[in-house]
Design a protein around this ligand. Structure first.
Ligand code: CMP
Length: 245
């Protein structure tokens, strides 16, 4: 395998058109001019990491940011007791690692590859150089960071104010709205996460999630269908009536 440092810059990569198209669809580079995309393409490098590897480690110094091209990754914090809190899942087109470049402090969290991932990497110098000449990217990035802050606010409120069943319901509903479909029976979540993954997302432990899940299935609020899961109308109506989203 060629060490990453000796890999060619993106402009030598035969997949450049695909990466440029992907850049144009990302939240931060959406609407970017052709000149901005060309400028970025010149500055980017391609990186790959196998599933399970830590791409960015909490508390490490940071000297680059990344844009996911393929595969998923998660942003997670680990407690001393081995518990994990998953802050968010990243999919192709999402960026990460920008915080250390913006405030010059160590990495705020771990970013772990869920699948084998391919990423586009911008070094600190390349990132600063692009931002200096393309202010629209900075504005787009502020929009995305604001969206993440709102979501973090919701997570804090949820952990402080809601019980596990309510948090589990909210998490399942969000996942189903991101990757699911409305059916006659309710909202279908195509790929149900494992109970451990749900526990990490909800800020609980696997045993509690297992108990809560079983109870909700018994009460007809959730209906497992193989690897999929139906969030029934009864559950969604109850949630809509309980609290504002
Ligand atoms: P950085 O601190 O450089 O390294 C870890 C990265 O995880 C961070 O930049 C962000 O890109 C990302 N990150 C940290 N917290 C969150 C969050 N709450 N939501 C989404 N992404 C986050």
């Amino acid at each position: 395998m060629i060490p990453n440092a000796q890999r060619p810059a993106l402009t030598d990569d035969p997949k450049i058109d695909r990466y440029r198209a992907l850049l144009a669809q990302t939240a931060i580079f959406k609407g970017a001019t052709q000149a901005a995309l060309e400028d970025l393409a010149r500055r980017l490098q391609v990186r790959t990491r196998p599933a399970g590897s830590i791409i960015v480690a909490h508390e490490d110094p940071g000297d680059a940011m990344f844009i996911l091209v393929s595969g998923r990754a998660k942003v997670a914090l680990f407690g001393d007791n081995g518990r994990e809190l998953t802050l968010t899942e990243l999919k192709p087109g999402d960026f990460f690692g920008e915080m250390s470049l913006l405030d010059d402090r160590p990495r705020s969290a771990n970013v772990v590859a869920i699948d084998d991932v391919t990423m586009l990497m911008l070094t600190r110098e390349a990132f600063a150089g692009h931002l200096r000449s393309h202010g629209q990217t900075a504005i787009n990035m502020l929009g995305e960071l604001t969206r993440r802050l709102r979501r973090a606010d919701e997570t804090i409120a949820s952990l402080a104010l809601h019980d596990v069943e309510s948090r589990l319901t909210r998490t399942l509903e969000r996942l189903a709205r991101e990757d699911g479909e409305a059916t006659d029976a309710g909202l279908l979540l195509r790929r149900r996460p494992t109970q451990q993954d749900l526990a990490n997302m909800v800020g609980s432990c696997r045993e509690t999630i297992s108990r809560t899940f079983t109870s909700m299935v018994k009460r007809g609020l959730l209906v497992p269908r193989g690897r999929a899961l139906v969030l029934t109308r009864a559950l969604l109506d109850r949630r809509a009536a309980a609290v504002p989203a």
